[in-house]
Ligand binder design. Structure first.
Ligand SMILES: C[S@@+](CC[C@H](N)C(=O)[O-])C[C@H]1O[C@@H](n2cnc3c(N)ncnc32)[C@H](O)[C@@H]1O
Length: 244
């Protein structure tokens, strides 16, 4: 059993085999059209549920960011606790489904900073979802965040974009931030991704200079859809990143 307070050193296979695999924004949008959205968790993420109080630390009025949010139901969990939630998602279908399925009235308006982009806002004003690429988001002043929940986000980013992903994420962190990230461990020779296999060493390479990285928990995540990809194991690993 690894030391729960430090980054684990035991490594699984090399992620090298996936490094040039790319999914385009159009392919992601198409997944929503063809309903290839097996990643969506209707009940939310069980590891987040378990660690939610540790993550929030009893603080109120936090700004919480959801990169690559899809229609993650957890956005509502935070809003219901009085926090302000901001997400970014390339698929307009996903965003509309989020508000409709959560019974939230919303408004939409174009973003002047990014051609073709929009922002969707709940009528209570505490959930905003930007419909654009995460990589274009720095052109909009969305402020800094006290918390980031990253599930299905770092693992969905093309490996060749990891560095610029880390740059965007780090630019959004407020002093005293807590950045909770779930990564996946499986044999990358058996599935091309996404989700991509993100080794612990990659997390450390991307964020270790600026953040302290604490391993929280590893959970068996194997579902039928993973077996259909040819996998016989897949683990979800939760890490908490804080200011160094
Ligand atoms: C694996 S899904 C995860 C969604 C969500 N985080 C969840 O846990 O259900 C990744 C999502 O990111 C969106 N996406 C992919 N690349 C993106 C990008 N560069 N900018 C914004 N959204 C993106 C996809 O449309 C998809 O909904």
């Amino acid at each position: 059993m690894a030391d729960a307070t430090s980054l684990r050193v035991k490594e699984l296979p090399s992620a090298e085999v996936q490094k040039n695999h790319v999914l385009t924004l159009e392919e992601w949008q198409d997944r929503w059209v063809t309903r290839n959205i097996g990643f969506h968790q209707e009940q939310g993420n069980r590891l987040l549920k378990k660690h939610l109080d540790t993550f929030l630390k009893g603080q109120s009025g936090l700004r919480v960011f959801f990169p690559l949010c899809g229609k993650a139901v957890e956005m509502k969990w935070f809003a219901d606790r009085g926090h302000t939630v901001v997400g970014v998602e390339i698929s307009e279908i996903a965003i509309r489904e989020f508000f409709t399925e959560q019974n939230l009235l919303y408004t939409e308006k174009p973003l002047t900073e990014i051609a073709g982009a929009k922002v969707f806002k709940s009528s209570s004003g505490n959930i905003s979802v930007y419909c654009c690429s995460l990589f274009d988001l720095p052109r909009v002043n969305i402020g800094k965040f006290d918390r980031i929940w990253d599930r299905g986000s770092l693992v969905a980013i093309n490996p060749s974009d990891h560095d610029r992903y880390a740059d965007v994420i780090l630019s959004l962190l407020n002093k005293g931030f807590h950045y909770l990230v779930a990564i996946l461990s499986y044999d990358p020779t058996k599935h091309a991704g996404p989700p991509f296999y993100v080794p612990d060493t990659e997390l450390k390479r991307l964020f270790g200079t600026k953040c302290s990285i604490q391993f929280l928990e590893e959970a068996d995540a194997l579902e039928e859809r993973h077996k259909a990809w040819g996998l016989d194991y897949i683990f979800e690993k939760l890490y908490l990143l804080t200011e160094k």
